[in-house]
Design a protein around this ligand. Sequence first.
Ligand SMILES: [Zn+2]
Length: 326
Amino acid sequence: MMLKVSRRDLVLGAAGAFAAFGIDRPIAFIGAACAQEPVAPPFRRYRLGEIEAFSLLDGMRDVPLREGMVRNVGVEQVKTALRAAGFPDNQTPIRFIVMALKLRDQVVLIDSGTGGHPIYGSGNGRLFESMAAAGLDRKAVKTILISHLHGDHIYGLMNNETDAQVFPDAEIVVPAAELKWWTQPGVDSIDLGPTRKGLAQRIQATIARWKNVRPFEGEVELLPGVYAVEAPGHSPGMVTHLVSSGGRQLLISADLVNLAPHIQTNPEWQLAIDQDPQMAVATRKKIFDRAVADKLTISGTHWLMPNVGTLAKDGNTYVFSPDPGV
Ligand SMILES: [Zn+2]
């Protein structure tokens, strides 16, 4: 039996608990009445046929709201969406979540988190703590699938001071289009905002030279049952990863939408953080529609915990139903 709770009930419920617990931090309510913040568990576990999938919290950040954060929507509309989702309206909560797959003989990571790089705020880079909490051995990581080459997805691969490899014995599987874009002549001089300052040089000094990097083209099978799905827009060569096992499918959607779908229900919002916002919108709608039609389970890197669930379409918006895991 599913308990039917209206959106209004959720908002009132969140506000009530906020007062009742005397908490000064945001609480987002998922499902009927399950508080997920601020005591986010560091991991969630999911069963997918033969495979176990994990959400591993690497970090949390609240980004102050500013005009232009969403290019085609005013800041008031973003505030309204934040309040409707039960959050304060002066900042957007984002998470840094690394997904992991436990296969028979290895642990696969999808992206590597921030590596604790200060540009993403303090207290981040908790991937190994979250892995330990989930019972995952970092030495068992044999493959790392990279969605795109932004720092919050690859800095976990390298030491912040020395650039030395954190996973020298793992194969790092990178979209060739992404590698090509970030190593093209003159890319260093393109201004892509503060979090991408120095990124191209760092990629060129590390991933572009490492011998354990496997670039791939197109929508190929990267590991048994794990496929790349092209998703350009947020970054030119970004891919998402579709994992298939036991008749179930999980789409690990990386930065297809950076704001949690609790907050951004409208796929048409053009986020300033997307390098090509129009392409990002087209890609988002295409993949979200596929997720609805094929009843995929879907996850996002920067969504709130639990960052895994299903999507339904409601007019022009998408409704996300989080799955708390097992
Ligand atoms: Zn990201």
